[in-house]
Every structure is written in structure tokens, then in C-alpha cells.
Design a protein around this ligand. Structure first.
Ligand SMILES: Nc1ncnc2c1ncn2[C@@H]1O[C@H](COP(=O)(O)OP(=O)(O)O)[C@@H](O)[C@H]1O
Ligand SMILES: [Mg+2]
Length: 243
């Protein structure tokens, strides 16, 4: 479904993403990990059309994404959530999801139908009781779930989820992890999920891609990645560098 070939993204002299190759298939849940500054968010941004890749190709069902704008990539069926939740805090929970539904549509469904769909996604994440509250009244964990519902309401085939666990307790991360599993099993949507903390996604993914200093250093099952000495070294290096 998604094929990333030899993608490089530079910022001046810094190579943030360095000749990266991988694929994501239908109904896959794939983790993306790596130390801080490894290039994870930049890779998401190049897929989502925020920055054009300097080199390489990114195709989605055969359509080239490099050179497309974020709204065009969204319409092709790729949604995303952000590292810092970007909910509209002065709007209601329902209106937030509705914004997602309307952003992603390219056919002329009526607003009533979109509202119906927004309710379905609110029920999916279990926030229907809070539909008429302001998003600012939600807990951080619920705002993260709302951000997910907003992305899903555009009816994507792939959702890019950037560090949805940051700032949450282990049990809140578990809840989100279960929701992401249901995104695949109940909605049939593939998930590409960044977490800085490896443990959070170990049990919830089919496969994990590891970036270090922009380069892919592993693409394997969680069990294999856990035992990979190069991965351990990359994380240790990160700890040393930041201490
Ligand atoms: N817009 C930007 N301009 C310049 N440098 C950037 C920009 N975005 C990210 N970087 C740099 O690219 C590298 C990778 O960053 P990022 O993709 O955010 O890493 P991660 O998400 O893995 O922590 C870092 O060195 C970061 O400082
Ligand atoms: Mg990041």
C-alpha cells in the first residue's frame, strides 16, 4: 500500500532522513522508533506532504506522493495525528471530529451524514458522553483519543500516529494501544505509529522499523528488534549523548 524508496530529507547540512526504504501493507500495525532526533517526525512529514523529499519516491497505491500538498495526501487516504495534540480546544468534542470528517471528504455528502459519521467515530473511541463538552475540558489522554477520532473521521486507509503516548500514564498508553489495535481490526485501517519509548509499542505492532541518525537500522518483528544489538547501541548512544 505505502512504498517508501530511498527517501532522503535534508535540512541544510543535516541529513534528517537518510536513504530510507520500507513498505506498509493493508491492515498492518507498524511501529517507528529511534532515539530523539532520529528523524521519525521528519519521515512522517515527508510522507504527509509537509516537506518534499529531496531524493527518492513515496507511493501510496501506486500514486506518487512526493510533491503533493498535505491536503492532497489526506484526500488520497493518509491521516495523521501530531506529537502535540492539535485539537480545537474552544470547539466541542463533536465539532472537532466533524472537522476531521469534512477535511477528508472529496464527495458531496450532506452535513447530516458527516454528523452521523462523526458520532460513529466518537462512539468508536468512547467519548460520546462528552460530545457537547469543549475539547479543552477533556483530560490529556482523552484529547489524544479525540485527535485519533478526528483523523479517522476522514476515512483514511493509513493513519500516521506521532508519539500519542507522550505525557500519559502507562495505563493510559495501554488504552490507546488497544484503540490502535481496534483501528486495524474493526476499521481495517493500517497504523504507522511513532513512540520514543520502545516498550509501549512492543506488544501492539506486527513489525517495528528503527531509525538512527536518519538511517533505517532495523525492520523486523518486535522480538527481533528487542534483541538486535545495533538497536540497543543506538539507544545507549542516545542516552550518553543527552546525559
Ligand atoms: N524544520 C526543521 N528544520 C531544521 N531542522 C529540523 C527540522 N525538523 C527537524 N529537524 C532536525 O532533524 C532531525 C530529526 O528531527 P525529528 O524528525 O524531529 O526527530 P524525531 O522525531 O525522531 O525525534 C533533528 O536533528 C532535528 O533538529
Ligand atoms: Mg518526533
Amino acid at each position: 500500500m505505502l512504498t517508501v524508496s530511498n527517501v532522503t530529507k535534508r535540512f541544510g547540512g543535516l541529513t534528517a532522513v537518510d536513504s530510507v526504504d520500507f513498505t506498509i501493507d493493508d491492515r498492518e500495525v507498524v511501529g517507528l522508533i529511534g532515539p530523539n532526533g532520529a528523524g521519525k517526525t521528519t519521515l512522517f512529514n515527508t510522507i504527509a506532504g509537509v516537506y518534499p523529499a529531496d531524493e527518492g519516491s513515496i507511493t501510496f497505491d501506486g500514486t506518487e506522493l512526493v510533491g503533493r500538498k498535505p491536503h492532497q495526501v489526506a484526500r488520497l487516504g493518509i491521516a495523521r495525528t501530531f506529537q502535540t495534540a492539535r485539537t480545537f480546544n474552544e470547539s466541542t468534542v463533536l465539532d472537532n471530529v466533524l472537522t476531521g470528517a469534512v477535511f477528508g471528504k472529496d464527495d458531496a455528502a450532506s452535513l447530516d451524514e458527516e454528523r452521523e459519521a462523526a458520532w460513529e467515530y466518537l462512539e468508536f473511541i468512547g467519548l460520546e458522553d462528552q460530545a457537547h463538552n469543549l475539547a479543552s475540558e477533556l483530560t490529556l489522554a482523552d484529547r489524544k483519543q479525540l485527535e485519533l477520532a478526528k483523523g479517522l473521521a476522514s476515512k483514511p486507509r493509513l493513519i500516521l500516529v506521532d508519539e500519542i503516548g507522550s505525557g500519559l500514564t502507562p495505563s493510559e498508553i495501554q488504552d490507546l494501544s488497544r484503540t490502535l489495535q481496534r483501528v486495524r481490526s474493526e476499521l481495517g485501517v493500517s497504523v504507522f505509529w511513532i513512540e520514543h519509548v520502545m516498550d509501549a509499542i512492543m506488544s501492539a505492532t506486527d513489525r517495528i522499523i528503527v531509525l538512527n541518525q536518519g538511517a533505517k537500522i532495523a525492520d523486523a518483528t518486535p522480538a527481533e528488534v528487542r534483541q538486535d544489538p545495533h538497536v540497543a547501541e543506538a539507544y545507549l548512544g542516545g542516552v550518553e549523548a543527552s546525559s
